[in-house]
Ligand binder design. Structure first.
Ligand code: G3P
Ligand code: MG
Length: 245
């Protein structure tokens, strides 16, 4: 099975992260899917932004959870990246789903509940996935195991993955105790043993954030299920070279 390429926050090396231009570019660069981060506004609208505070990626300040969706929409989420993207908005999850519904992309939605719990985020996201009929090509991931438990309680068949940046003993039994279907790890903790144990147990192992050629090659050689990358074009050409070698 080929290692799948997922554009991390969209093709975020080339366009402002977690914006529609970054997602469109990911498709253009032949990524198999996109990864994005989901948080809730004050009026409970799921929006796509990585940090809990809007400061780094917009011209505003303060927390996502303190903005209404309409207020958040008035922020510029492109100028910080480059003048070319001035006027780009923070997208709602719904905007992404509307666009993805008719396009061949997998979705990795990271529920950003590690710092703020965002009550009911699981159900709000779940209802939208149903509305756009994209459940079968979506994985819900989180660093927060309680979020994943809540997702499974809503519907045990929805695909989930536990995110971690630290090595743990008994990782696979921990996964099944959550329960989560897949494991998403930081590239620094990837090793041959973990990759082979996941493969033997048919647990999808996906690795973030893999940008350097040597790290990409390692993921391909270890036959990881997927990688999250800011550079889907580079990931694609290196995968092709590895396959042909
Ligand atoms: O979902 C993989 C990756 O996005 C997790 O880390 O901080 O980039 O959201 P982060
Ligand atoms: Mg993420």
């Amino acid at each position: 099975m080929q290692t799948q390429i997922f554009a991390h926050r969209g093709a975020s090396r080339y366009a402002p992260e977690n914006t529609m231009p970054a997602f469109r570019l990911a498709l253009h660069m032949q990524a198999e899917g996109v990864e994005t981060d989901v948080q809730l506004t004050r009026d409970q609208i799921p929006v796509l932004i990585h940090d809990e505070n809007v400061k780094r990626t917009t011209d505003g300040s303060g927390f996502v959870q303190d903005y209404t969706f309409q207020e958040l929409r008035s922020l510029d989420a492109g100028s910080w990246f480059s003048k070319e993207y001035e006027g780009t908005h923070i997208p709602s999850l719904e905007e992404l789903l509307q666009w993805v519904a008719s396009r061949p992309l997998f979705l990795h939605l990271e529920l950003k509940t590690d710092k703020i719990s965002y009550k009911h985020i699981e159900k709000i996201v779940y209802d939208l996935l149903q509305k756009y009929n994209v459940m079968e090509r979506t994985t819900l991931s989180s660093f927060n195991e309680d979020t994943l438990k809540n997702v499974k309680e809503l519907n045990s068949s929805i695909d989930t993955a536990f995110l971690t940046s630290t090595k743990m003993r008994k990782m696979l039994s921990y996964l099944s105790s959550i329960p989560a279907d897949g494991l998403h790890i930081k590239h620094t903790i990837l090793n041959r043993k973990l990759a082979s144990r996941c493969r033997k147990n048919q647990i999808p192992l996906r690795v973030y954030t893999v940008n350097r050629p040597a790290h990409l090659r390692k993921c391909y050689h270890l036959k990881c299920s997927g990688i999250f990358t800011d550079v889907p074009d580079i990931a694609w050409s290196i995968r092709k070279a590895v396959e042909e070698s």
